[in-house]
Design a protein around this ligand. Structure first.
Ligand code: FPP
Length: 271
């Protein structure tokens, strides 16, 4: 089947190197041994996607959920075990109330409608951020879906909600300080792996790849600790247009990177 992507789009990045290839052909170019274990995504550009079409902003968010589904399916299919998405930042509380309410409703509906499928497909749902600040009914669904998918192990889908990287570190340090004060921890025990246990991402490997859509090249307070050695992929494509094909292109780009973690290139320069 010719599955070249012919979706009309106002925002997709041209990619002359791969434009003639179908999605299946792109997928064949991937080296299964070099896939990331954890992808993190800043899903940006929903509002612009809607505005470009003369639609209300919320329809960009609704369409963005389809991209979440496609990336989840791609990770499952390729055996990438962790996907973390930035769905609502602490700064997003400053948006107009109607947009916040619509986003919370979308989240709740997403959780209600996907729960069975998450369980069936082996997806564990996890939320990070100051979750207690969510409206009661959204919070109830977040906790329910977390509980009911807790034993699934094919993919961990972590959704950052009311999340900020700095406050995550502050919260971790507060709990750590309390444990020190209580005598349960000695300051000399504290090193990087020890501190990591206090972060909300405890148990997840650090992201190998960060994708940010919509042409912005910022971290925006996302996973500040965890992104220390992550490869960054910035694309002008708006999030609702970031579908399977865009995901494959990001992975192909990632596979061309040489990850050095501060070491010399391989083969190494003469010492
Ligand atoms: C950024 O686009 C996107 C968000 C603030 C929300 C992302 C939310 C979703 C994709 C849907 C909810 C997700 C789940 C898992 C239910 P923007 O509004 O900042 O776009 P703009 O920069 O073009 O204005």
């Amino acid at each position: 089947m010719d599955n070249r992507d012919t979706t009309p789009s106002l925002s997709k990045a041209p990619n002359p190197e791969y434009d003639h290839l179908s999605n299946d052909e792109l997928q064949e170019l991937l080296d299964p041994a070099l896939l990331p274990r954890h992808i993190a995504i800043i899903m940006d550009g929903n509002g612009r996607w809607a505005e470009l079409r003369g639609l209300p902003r919320i329809s960009g968010h609704t369409e963005g959920i389809k991209s979440v589904r496609e990336m989840t399916a791609l990770c499952l299919e390729l055996g990438i075990p962790n996907l973390t998405i930035y769905a609502f930042s602490q700064e997003n509380w400053k948006r107009p109330a109607h947009e916040i309410n619509a986003l919370m409703l979308l989240l709740e509906r997403f959780l209600q409608s996907e729960l069975d499928e998450l369980v069936e497909r082996g997806i564990r749902f996890r939320a990070i951020g100051r979750i207690d600040s969510l409206p009661a009914s959204a919070l109830k669904w977040v906790r329910k879906v977390e509980r009911e998918t807790a034993q699934r192990d094919k993919l961990t889908l972590t959704v950052a909600l009311s999340y900020g990287g700095r406050s995550e570190i502050v919260d971790a340090v507060r709990r750590l300080a309390a444990d020190c004060q209580a005598g349960a921890v000695s300051p000399t025990q504290i090193d990087e792996p020890f501190l990591e246990k206090y972060l909300s991402t405890q148990g997840l490997p650090d992201p190998d790849l960060l994708i940010r859509t919509s042409g912005e090249a910022r971290i925006s307070n996302f996973l500040l600790w965890q992104l220390a050695y992550t490869e960054m992929y910035f694309t002008p494509t708006l999030w609702p247009d970031f579908r399977r094909r865009e995901g494959l292109l990001a992975l192909l780009d990632y596979q061309r990177r040489e990850r050095r973690f501060g070491r010399l290139p391989n083969p190494s320069y003469p010492q």
